[in-house]
Design a protein around this ligand. Structure first.
Ligand code: ATR
Length: 285
C-alpha cells in the first residue's frame, strides 16, 4: 500500500501510453515488501530538463528511459556504466541520493533470455532483422557477450551497412559480422531476432520475414510484445520453430533494473519472473 515511506519510480519517454513497464514494476512492488510506486511520464522534448530537475527535487529512486531520450538523458547523469556508455544508450537510472547513475539493461536482458532458451549460445549463428536503435543495442551487447557469428539484414541496406561499420569499430575480438542482403541466405542462421517494429500493433498482420526462408530448426525471437503473439511468432510456431516472445525481454530488463534499485537476489528474481510471465500470458490468451 502507498504510504508516506513509498518511493517514486517511473518511466520517461514520448509516447509512453502503451507501455507495460508500470504493470511489471508495480506487480513487483505488490508481490514484494518494497515500498514503491511506478508511473509513466510522457515528457515533451522541451520539458526533459525540467522533468529531470523535478524528479531530482522529489527524490525519485529509480527511472527507466525510453524512446526518444535514451541518448539525450546521458547529459543529465552523474555517471554512466561503461556498458551503457559503449552502446551510447541508457534505459535505467539508479538515483542513489544525489548521484544519478545510468545503465543499460535492454541488451543484457535479451542476452539473459537467450541464454536461458538456447544451448551453446556463443556458437550460434544469429541473424538480426533491422538496423535501428534497438538493433544497435542488441548487436553490441550480444557481441560483447561472446557471440561471434552475426548477420544483419535490413529493409534499407545502407542502414545495415552503417550498423555493420559501427559494430566493426567496436573492435570486438573474434567477431564475424556480415551483411545479409538476400533472403536466400537466411537459412544459414540458427537464431533469428526481429528488432524491427514490423508486426507491432496496430499493423499486426505484417511480418518482417517469410518463415519458409528460415532454417527449419532456427529459433525465432521477436522483441515486439504488442501483440503478445506477433504474426512472426505465430507463423514460426505453426512451422514447428522454437520461439521466444518479446515480453520475456521486457520483463528481464525490468527485473535487472529492480536488481539495481532494490538489490533483489536471484531467488526473488526467479519468483517474480515466473509470476509476471504467467500473469501476462493469462491476460493475453
Ligand atoms: P528502433 O529504435 O525501435 O530500432 P528505428 O531506429 O526507427 O527504431 O528503426 C526501426 C527499424 O525497423 C529499422 O530497421 C527499419 O528499417 P529501415 O531502416 O529500412 O527503415 C525497420 N522497419 C520499420 N518498418 C519496417 C517495415 N515495414 N518493413 C521492414 N522494416 C521496417
Amino acid at each position: 500500500m502507498i504510504d508516506s515511506t513509498t518511493k517514486l519510480y517511473g518511466l520517461l519517454g514520448n509516447p509512453v501510453s502503451g507501455s507495460r513497464s508500470p504493470w511489471i514494476h508495480n506487480r513487483v512492488f505488490e508481490t514484494s515488501r518494497i515500498q514503491g510506486a511506478y508511473l509513466a511520464f510522457d515528457v515533451a522534448e522541451e520539458n526533459l530538463s525540467q522533468a529531470v530537475s523535478g524528479l531530482r527535487a522529489l527524490g525519485a529512486r529509480g527511472l527507466n528511459i525510453t524512446i526518444p531520450y535514451k541518448t539525450e538523458i546521458m547529459a543529465y547523469l552523474d555517471s554512466v556504466d561503461p556498458e551503457a556508455a559503449a552502446l551510447g544508450a541508457v534505459n535505467t537510472i539508479f538515483c542513489d541520493g544525489d548521484h544519478w547513475r545510468g545503465f543499460n539493461t535492454d541488451g543484457p536482458g535479451l542476452l539473459a533470455v537467450l541464454k536461458r532458451h538456447v544451448e551453446n549460445l556463443e556458437d550460434c549463428r544469429i541473424l538480426v532483422l533491422g538496423a535501428g536503435g534497438a538493433a544497435k543495442g542488441i548487436c553490441g551487447t550480444l557481441l560483447r557477450g561472446g557471440i561471434r557469428h552475426m548477420g544483419i539484414w535490413n529493409r534499407s541496406p545502407e542502414k545495415a551497412r552503417q550498423l555493420l561499420r559501427t559494430l566493426q569499430e567496436m573492435q570486438i575480438e573474434g567477431s564475424d559480422i556480415m551483411m545479409v542482403e538476400s533472403e536466400k541466405r537466411f537459412d544459414e542462421f540458427n537464431l533469428v531476432i526481429n528488432t524491427t517494429s514490423v508486426g507491432m500493433e496496430p499493423r499486426t498482420e505484417e511480418t518482417p520475414v517469410r518463415i519458409s526462408a528460415l532454417h527449419p530448426k532456427a529459433v525465432v525471437c521477436d522483441i515486439v510484445y504488442k501483440p503478445h503473439k506477433t504474426r512472426l511468432i505465430k507463423d514460426a510456431q505453426n512451422e514447428g520453430h522454437q520461439v521466444i516472445h518479446g515480453i520475456e525481454m521486457l520483463i528481464e530488463q525490468a527485473l535487472l533494473a529492480q536488481k539495481l534499485w532494490n538489490r533483489l537476489d536471484e531467488d526473488s528474481i526467479l519468483q517474480y519472473r515466473n509470476i509476471l510471465i504467467n500473469e501476462f500470458e493469462e491476460l493475453h490468451k
